[in-house]
Design a binder for this molecule. Structure first.
Ligand code: NAG
Ligand code: NAG
Length: 224
């Protein structure tokens, strides 16, 4: 009897009835979070004091999104990707470093998450990258309507508060499984690794499910 109990406990722990599974018993997806100031179509700034190119914030968001795009595409089945925005709210007014256009872009991106499965492609495309999505994958009019609505405001407000609660101030900051993984702020900072293959391995290693995507063993990195 005691042996059976021990075996049962052992089995249960081996099968992983713990926080690595969700309510339905499915393996939990690996959380990959981006914290950004979304794009504003600025060029690279020449810092006249240092006489060198200074990459500004929006460039970092774009850089991260493009850098991670192949990884996100290949590991999509096991990832829970989310975007969070950096900004503030004062007297009911939103404040974004690059002005109201940036706040509105953020709102559209948050609405896209609710309206289309291809929301990541929408983000890539809006931030100046080439996506594989077609024009049928989202309805720009509906996205705009949502962005200017109460819902859009609520989503942005929640997003700003979430970012603040995590103490994130730099665009672009990335968290994996709720922990700081890397920052790209002009250059790579505080990174566990910024080698694409190692990032893939790291993400895969956090997935507890049995069937991992092929890319986990053979990452195909196509630089954008
Ligand atoms: C995905 O990540 C977001 C943001 O971290 C979180 O709020 C949400 O609960 C996660 N969803 C799932 C299905 O794990
Ligand atoms: C796009 O959204 C607008 C506004 O909600 C709606 O009127 C229109 O019918 C939609 N177009 C398509 C093709 O679904």
């Amino acid at each position: 009897m005691k042996g059976l109990l021990t075996t049962t406990i052992l089995l249960v722990s081996l099968l992983g009835y713990n926080d690595a599974t969700d309510a339905a018993g499915e393996p939990q997806k690996v959380s990959l979070e981006f914290f950004v100031m979304s794009h504003c179509p600025g060029a690279v700034v020449i810092d006249s004091m240092l006489f060198q190119e200074r990459t500004d914030f929006n460039q970092d968001a774009r850089f991260c999104e493009r850098f991670f795009n192949p990884i996100v595409q290949q590991l999509a089945p096991i990832l829970n990707v989310s975007m969070h925005y950096i900004g503030g709210e004062k007297n009911g007014q939103f404040e974004c470093m690059h002005g109201p256009t940036e706040c509105m872009d953020n709102r559209m991106q948050l609405c896209a998450r609710e309206q289309t499965e291809k929301w990541w492609d929408f983000v890539i495309e809006q931030d100046g990258g080439a996506s594989t999505a077609t024009s049928n994958d989202w309805n720009t009019t509906a996205l705009r309507e949502c962005a200017i609505s109460q819902r859009g405001a609520q989503l942005l407000s929640e997003s700003f508060r979430y970012t603040e609660s995590k103490g994130v101030k730099k665009s672009c900051t990335m968290f994996i499984q709720g922990k700081l993984f890397c920052v790209h702020d002009g250059t790579w900072k505080k990174c566990k690794t910024h080698d694409e293959k190692k990032i893939v391995q790291y993400l895969c290693s956090h997935y507890t499910g049995e069937s991992k995507p092929a890319a986990c063993t053979q990452p195909i990195i196509v630089s954008q």
